[in-house]
Design a protein. Sequence first.
Length: 353
Amino acid sequence: MTKLLRHHLFWPVAALVVLLVANTVARPSFLAITVRDGHLFGAPIDILRTTAPLLLVALGMTLVIATRGIDLSVGAVVAVSGAVALSHLASSPNPDSPVTVLTAVGLALALCLVLGVWNGFLVSVLGIQPIIATLILMTAGRGVAMLITGGMITTVNSGPFKTLGSGFWLGLPVAAVIAFGVFAVVAFVVRRTALGMLLEATGINPAASRLSGVRSKTLTWTVYTASGLFAGLAGLLISADTMAADANNAGLFIELDAILAVVIGGTALSGGKFNLSGTLVGALVIATLERTVTVLGISPLVTPLFMALVVIVVTLLQSPRMRERLASATRRPTPPSEPQPAARPDSTEVKAR
């Protein structure tokens, strides 16, 4: 039991189970999944779709935090991605053309890749603190999105593009398939190659890793680039779901949700060791928590407070000191050993005396 309590996934998974049980008690059909026109429908499927953009952003955030950094610009990058894609589709004479949709997706991802490269340049080359470097784009990115959309909410009708956000593939939401597919590829590359170890070495001690031959600056540049790319992909999923590009509200505060997902998953903000599986569970916890607020009928005015309380409980249970106290409380006390009688002297020793 003690070993189970110390596992880094125990409390996030326990929190997810508690939320699912609470939803099931409030609405017995919560976990029911139905099939309509060959597609799966139900609250669990909606949670998977809601988790998809957050999982992509949290995935990039995990890699950045592993190198002892932070990326506050992901919300602005989400807005820029949606603005570029929707603006290109709106200006096209045929938004339903697959070529037009692919061009819009390519332009959005290319620009987000450049924004990620810019963040990596500021942090790894110029040596600016990550929170300051990404705060620049966090502020300016919304302005860039406003310039692209002309200060208006851009809407367009495009069936192929809408498939990214609300379509289905093999009965599952396309957004979830994309997000979990990217997660699986990144997890395989990070854990089956030396990349994960190099990232952890860079986060634990950048100077020592650089002296040992690790290209810490290149790795740092790479993770910020990947974070921008994943945030751009998340922006495409969000804009495709609503078929609108809102520079002010798209991806608003998603950087905070991503950081919470990473922390809930057991990754320390101090850098070093990271847990991609924990990030996945953390994203599911936040998405389920948002669904729980709706199911339980909690007022939107107190929704942030309710979410904050749940996050505080989970993060407290994740702390090493709290884990140690819980482990010591569940550990069985060892009975005191009975005093052993003193050994009698041997007869040969008595004769010798």
